[in-house]
Design a protein. Sequence first.
Length: 752
Amino acid sequence: MAEPLTPAAAALTPPYLAGLNEAQRRAAEAVDGPVLVLAGAGTGKTRVLTTRLAHILFSRRAWPSQILAVTFTNKAALEMRERLERMIGESAEGLWLGTFHSVAARLLRRHAEVVGLKPNFTILDTDDQLRLVKQIAQAEGINEQRWPARALLGAFERWKDRGLTPDKVPPGDRGELADGRALTLYRLYQERLATLNAADFGDLLLHNLSLFAARPDILADYQHRFRYLLVDEYQDTNVAQYLWLRLLAQGHRNLCCVGDDDQSIYSWRGAEIGNILRFERDFPGAQIIRLEQNYRSTPRILAAASALIAKNEGRLGKTLWTELNEGEPIVLRGLWDAEEEARWVGDEIEQRQRRGETLAEIAILVRAGFQTREFEERFITLGLPYRVIGGPRFYERQEIRDALAYFRLVHQPADDLAFERIVNLPRRGIGDVTLQALHALARSQRIPLTEAAQRMIETDELKPAARRALRDFLTALSRWRGRADTALHTDLAQEVLDESGYTAMWQADKSPEAPGRLENLKELVVAMAEFDTLAGFLEHVSLVMENTAASGGDMVSVMTLHGAKGLEFDTVFLPGWEEGLFPNQRAMEDNGRAGLEEERRLAYVGLTRARRRAYVSYAANRRLYGQWQPSLPSRFVAELPTEHLEVVADPGLYPRAAALGGDWSMGESFPPRPDLTRLGPLGRRAPILEARPAPAAGRELRRIGGFAAGDRVFHQKFGYGTVRSVEDNKLAIRFDKAGDKLVMDAFVEKQS
């Protein structure tokens, strides 16, 4: 261990501390004992974490290998490592820095035998977990229609999030799921995972806890090793993560947790806000340092967000402030329905674009995924480029999962789920009967499917064609495994895809998606080149399932509020602030006050994503499940301080004003349209309801002849365009903003 700096040297302000405000510097330098840093939105928590790491290293309190720093995302871990290396001017090699799951996996591979695994165990993704649960449920005679695998897996995950192995689940937690047999299924699921030499994500922490309980000497070694522990986003930890951290911190007690209780929004995936709220009780003598100076948002945005979140009772409390100029008031807009809301947002974005604002600095944050449809359709009509963040991920695509199953089976012969996925892909004549026989033998002998297959091809139990196909498949697997020790892993991957016939299968496929799937397979091999080994790449894929949406060009971002955490934009639109939608009715029904407070934290997160301006909107009516439903403005709207609002229009009384005109009960096909002609409750124009006839349920198609190339036309969805060619009743039209489209003549109108 290096000697500490002399007092004279320590008195000098190191360059890495320059520029920190007083609270940030206190947080960076408070390295002894437990510390909770309450880092408000936009207060520079990543800088504080990185500076704290640099300070520990520069002051020679620890070597990199004696520091454990955990984050929730690989992106955050990478950013922290890059910042640290720039700050200290050298590599941070040896530092234990990564996500909870990656660090836990690293520990587990060192001591896998203690919990009944081998070091090369497979980490299953959700798709493989569901298939395994289905197999177990079917074998136990569970009605899949009544008790779907996803519901069973959800119960297993909740137990694991709480650090509960099957023998520790309390009797009161077993419930009626699967006719009261959920715990039995959980136990069988864990036994099957052990047989497969596999673990799921929840197991990584759970097995660590079992390891520490079974081997106190191993725990003591890591307690001694890690002199300093740092945790990012502590408010998002679940019980298992909390227990894991608390055990490791008992050695030196130099634990620093950074988080924001006002941004705890993930209870639905196991996060326990109580972890951060009881920090002082868990770690007596802990320092609490509040980061309250915001460097992101204007004073008006911060004032509105602070007033909103102050309504919550379950919080430690802090008040954000900033030295920035006052800025623009938050625009509050009430609209008639979701379609009108989308039109308004589109118009506002076009205005901002004309003023020089880039689309990449604009975001639409919705509470529920279904809200994006209206915005997508409107943006297509306007020709506004956009991206929906949170769509299908690269590693979740069918062809990628298939290829990975091949690679996993080459690397880990006991991976039954990979075996089952690709043993007959492409089709080899190995059908369900053969698979059932293999499963029966594997279960009875407690062996992997590959070993069961090897035994069965040496008997006459299978039909000759199936036996031959299975023998050829096992021979290929053996050949690929033999090549794994000598061939470059990217070359091996290409050989597996080609020799298995998988590439040829998609080459022969004539569907429109086939070329794209082949391109994805090529990209997969390219991605593998960034790793030294096949094992390293497979571990990466298992641990990294974050959104990697391409960001080519200048585009508006559309995403859920949950997906927006950690991001920031100049301009943020927050649509759909209506009771039942936001706050979400189900969240409140399921979790009562706790659910409401988490919804309010979600609103706080949404507002604090905005740097310069925020727009809040709500619709008086929204079509849900095919029916129009009137809605009240969210209670969160009333909690925004009026002195920081610009109320453009407020149809907040729509649902309560049926007496003013019109009859539009919940089941009616279309609500009456407002005429904004009088002042509303917030001092701005509000609507008088004016009933109008409901339109026909569908539009009757009619032939509109006489179109010719060169005609100017209008389409309700695509806007104005010019006819390029005519074939019967189909028109090829180049629309001004939507590009080339082929449409029926019945849906366009000729312009004079």
